[in-house]
Design a protein around this ligand. Structure first.
Ligand code: PLP
Length: 375
């Protein structure tokens, strides 16, 4: 049997161990410490937009804190892109608020400006103005930032930018992670860079950053004794894991390039197969191509191809199942146009790790070509 080809596996550079060893030598094993502040300033420098970064235990934790800091409370409504990973939505429900799902547009697969505005108008008419808009750059492809911001500004609703999959992507030459009132990043094992588990909250507002760190460290008031006037969380990143992050930041641009090369390899070599389509980057949108995705002609074709890959020990996955189709979320309000349902039926994510070898890429290619009868 051929060795397993994973969808997206962690890719260490070797530099990570230097930072981790430093943490061990100085016994900075506890949360916080020089690697955490170093990792935060590495990210700040990379985003290059006066952004302030708080390194946290996960992207989900960052979304949870962001919603709290944007004032979301029990009974509030929060708008969220339906086509996403469930972690974009779960924290809305942690807070006792109601998610309102918005369908995608075809060009970027992200939140549809038309459906967004229809939803805002309708929610206001029904009696509640949404508190926050969660927009996601899916698979690294930037959403329509100008269009979404224009609507958000017109109704004065802050945007929480879920950039978990889009670190290294840009829109109009500005980095994703700089477009929200608050933005979040993820360094989970499958993301473009990884700290094994981790995330970050990004903002230009120094008070928001300060409050995020405060809430993430059990909300201890400034006092010698343990004094608490808020409910806190244990959401800070550990100094050991931040060491992995520092090593990863040295190679982030290489990781983006490798993922984009994977995508170009697939799209160049599969262009003669008319049953398969890719999405082009709209002008001004630069994707890190976190995952290389294809659209097939039908759900059955997608499944047959996925099973063929699996039989050859190759992991591939359908696109994110839209949240409005999920058993746990399907009864919440939704504003749909059919796009995400269609994408979910036909779409497949191919192996996309930055550490894939030429041999592995060719194995994937040959299974796909064989399935479609071209060689
Ligand atoms: C990975 C991911 C998250 C959550 O990040 P974690 O660090 O795994 O908690 C949130 N949103 C999207 C779109 C993601 O892909």
């Amino acid at each position: 049997m051929n060795s397993k080809i994973w969808l997206s596996s962690p890719h260490m550079s070797g530099k990570e161990l230097d930072y981790i060893n430093k943490a061990f030598e100085t016994n900075w094993i506890a949360p916080l410490g020089p690697n955490v502040t170093g990792f935060e300033s590495d990210i700040q420098e990379y985003l290059n937009d006066n952004s302030l970064v708080a390194a946290l235990s996960s992207g989900t934790a960052a979304i949870h804190l962001a919603l709290i800091l944007l004032g979301v409370k029990q009974g509030d409504e929060v708008i969220c892109q339906s086509m996403t990973f469930s972690a974009s939505v779960n924290p809305i429900v942690y807070l006792g608020a109601t998610p309102i799902f918005i369908d995608s547009e075809k060009e970027t697969w992200n939140i549809s400006p038309e459906q967004l505005e229809i939803a805002i108008i309708d929610r206001i008419k029904k009696g509640k103005k949404p508190k926050v808009i969660i927009a996601v750059h899916l698979y690294g492809m930037p959403y329509k930032v100008d269009e979404i911001n224009k609507i958000a500004n017109a109704y004065n609703i802050p945007v929480l930018e879920d950039s978990a999959e889009a670190f290294g992507s840009t829109y109009k030459n500005k980095k994703c992670g700089t477009f929200g009132k608050i933005s979040i990043l993820s360094f989970n094992g499958n993301k473009i860079i990884s700290t094994s588990g981790g995330g970050a909250l990004v903002t230009k507002d120094s008070i928001i950053k300060e409050k995020a760190v405060f809430l993430a460290t059990q909300a201890r008031d400034k006092s010698v004794a343990y004094l608490h006037s808020h409910i806190g969380y244990n959401y800070r990143m550990s100094n050991v894991l931040a060491g992995i992050g520092r090593g990863q930041m040295e190679v982030i641009d290489k990781r983006v390039k490798a993922r984009r090369d994977n995508y170009n390899f697939y799209s160049d070599n599969l262009k003669e197969i008319e049953e398969i389509t890719f999405i082009d980057e709209p002008k001004e949108h630069f994707s890190n191509k976190w995952l290389s995705c294809i659209l097939t002609k039908s759900e059955s074709m997608r499944e047959e191809l996925r099973i063929k890959l699996e039989e050859n020990n190759i992991e591939s996955r359908p696109l994110w199942k839209p949240m409005h189709q999920q058993p746990i979320f399907m009864n919440y309000p939704k504003y749909l146009n059919g796009v995400s349902d269609e994408l979910f039926k036909k779409g497949l994510c191919l192996p996309s790790g930055s550490n894939l070898t030429d041999n592995e890429l060719n194995r994937v290619l040959s299974v796909i070509k064989t399935y479609f009868g071209v060689c």
